[in-house]
Design a protein around this ligand. Structure first.
Ligand code: BES
Ligand code: MN
Ligand code: ZN
Length: 494
């Protein structure tokens, strides 16, 4: 695990293997960003010129190495691009991405010092920690991540800087925990082993964890979880992870879709569509990471995470298209397509979460391919039964550097799910607007009077392309920061 600290030493005097500086695109060519003054001095004012000669432009994603001149304690300098310089100031997301690129580029290095602009120490620290992430569980030989990251800052405000680094450590470690869960192969991560991991982490951080196994789920009448899990030899689980603060004035329920593998079930997915379906528990990983982070940050709010865990497999005992399930709370659902399983496990968990009368329920799910078609691979959709809540979540996402977009729940799309079925509801409706249909299905299970939002992370949860910024290949920990930010806003009475 990468260690993160803050130092007020000058960039020239700190001993490190590599010194990272920021460069940007100015109106007249490359400019060296603030924080690197001592490096500019060591290069006798020629740094921008040298970097330009090496081909650097300051563009986002760029990383150029050069040997350090005498006068610096580090033998190597890495210049990372911050993109366009808008009057010399850089946004948090630009800093996060640049720090992420630096940490990723420098994998294998022992000690890295970051002399980037100090406008936002937390952003630099978080980006670096996220960029250091590597998933080496199954590889005989894998490059070790940077062992030690030191964020440099000027002396003033160094106490704030320390707090910022501590916060970044919590967020980074919990996001990397979510990434590990998503990346773990589905033959190792199943509902039972996920529940065991949740119990262990709960113990470590002082959270209350309750697990309903298949027996308890049967007794409780959780027809959605049981119906989806029926085809698998790995039975389902509903896991409740509770964080309470003695002075909390509000309670939040975060519900996560935790399909540890989605084959589609009897409505089997075609080849080419199931290779990455271990990622179908990314919602559960996100809500789990968020509740642990809320606890470690000591937020003055109650947060309960509900992990709806099941494996969706075809077999002689699997739910058939045409079966009717009786969901937790009593509503019946005709399963017209067993590949629309996420909404079934979520419905049970949303009803159960609602029984505890939280102020807000937010569910997070890799729910629909339609949302990926609508918004692409890097943006999640936000739906809600309350306009202000949807706006708040969209803005909270923006504030922490997560791309999102508000989506509607058009009433006319509900008809297709009600009129096509012999039960109260079908688990499928019109094909057009499939992401919204799924949202409308979930809305049916939200108790009267509770504000609810649905975040569909099917696009950004899993990065099938190459790494970029602080985002690795594979699990991304999408929505974790947004949930934590939302919990912080709630704690602050917003
Ligand atoms: N887990 C999938 C959605 C998904 C697709 C997640 C791509 C990540 C990437 C979900 O369970 C699913 O199969 N949804 C179906 C619903 C349809 C059958 C109504 C879909 O979107 O095709
Ligand atoms: Mn599915
Ligand atoms: Zn699924």
């Amino acid at each position: 695990m990468t260690a993160l600290s803050v130092s007020t030493s000058s960039a020239a005097s700190l001993r490190a293997d590599v010194l990272v500086i920021g460069v940007a695109k100015g109106p007249k060519g490359l400019i060296v960003a603030a924080g690197a003054e001592a490096v500019v001095e060591a290069f006798e004012g020629k740094l921008a010129e040298v970097l330009t000669t090496l081909g650097a432009t300051g563009a986002e994603g760029e990383a150029v190495k050069l040997p350090a001149p005498a006068g610096l304690k580090a033998p190597l300098v890495l210049a990372v691009g911050l993109g366009e310089a808008a009057d010399g100031a850089f946004g948090a997301e630009e800093l996060r991405k640049a720090a992420g690129v630096a940490a990723r580029t420098l994998a294998g290095t022992k000690k890295v010092a970051l002399a980037l602009p100090t406008d936002d120490v937390e952003a630099v620290a978080l980006g670096a920690l996220l960029g250091s992430y590597a998933f080496g569980t199954y590889k005989a030989e894998s490059k070790a991540p940077v062992a030690e990251l030191v964020v440099l800052t000027d002396r003033k405000g160094s106490k704030d800087a320390k707090a910022a680094v501590e916060r970044a450590t919590v967020l980074g470690e919990e996001m990397n925990r979510a990434r590990d869960l998503v990346n773990t192969a589905p033959n190792d991560l199943n509902p039972k082993s996920f529940a065991t991991i949740a119990q262990a982490a709960g113990k470590e951080h002082g959270l209350k964890v309750e697990v309903l196994d298949e027996k308890a789920l049967t007794k409780g009448g959780f027809g959605g979880l049981l119906g989806v899990g029926n085809g698998s030899t790995n039975p389902p689980r509903l896991v409740k992870v509770a964080y309470t603060h003695p002075k909390a004035k509000a309670s939040l329920a975060f519900v996560g879709k935790g399909i540890t593998y989605d084959s589609g079930g009897i409505s089997l997915k075609p080849a080419g569509h199931n290779e990455t379906m271990k990622c179908d528990m990314a919602g559960a990983a996100a809500v789990f990471a968020a509740v642990v982070a809320a606890k470690r940050l000591g937020l003055q709010v109650n947060v309960t995470a509900w992990l709806a865990l099941a494996e969706n497999m075809p077999s002689g005992t699997a739910t058939r298209p045409g079966d009717v399930l009786r969901m937790y709370g009593g509503k019946t659902v005709e399963v017209l397509n067993t590949d629309a399983e996420g909404r079934l496990v979520l419905a049970d968990a949303i009803v159960r979460a609602g029984e505890e009368q939280p102020d807000v329920i937010v569910d997070v799910a890799t729910l629909t391919g339609a949302m990926v078609l609508a918004l692409g691979n890097r943006t999640f959709g936000v739906m809600a039964n309350d306009d202000a809540l949807r706006t708040q979540l969209h803005e909270a996402a923006g504030a922490v550097g997560e791309a999102s977009w508000p989506m509607p729940l058009p009433a006319d799309l509900r008809k297709g799910m009600v009129e096509s079925t012999i039960a109260d509801l079908a688990n499928m409706g019109e094909r057009m607007g499939g992401g919204l249909v799924a949202g409308l299905f979930l809305k049916e299970f939200v108790a009267e009077g509770i504000d609810w939002a649905h975040i569909d992370i099917a696009g950004p949860a899993f990065n099938e392309g190459g790494p970029f910024g602080y985002t690795p290949k594979g699990g991304t920990a999408s929505a974790v920061r947004t949930l934590v930010r939302f919990a912080e806003e709630t704690a602050a009475g917003k």
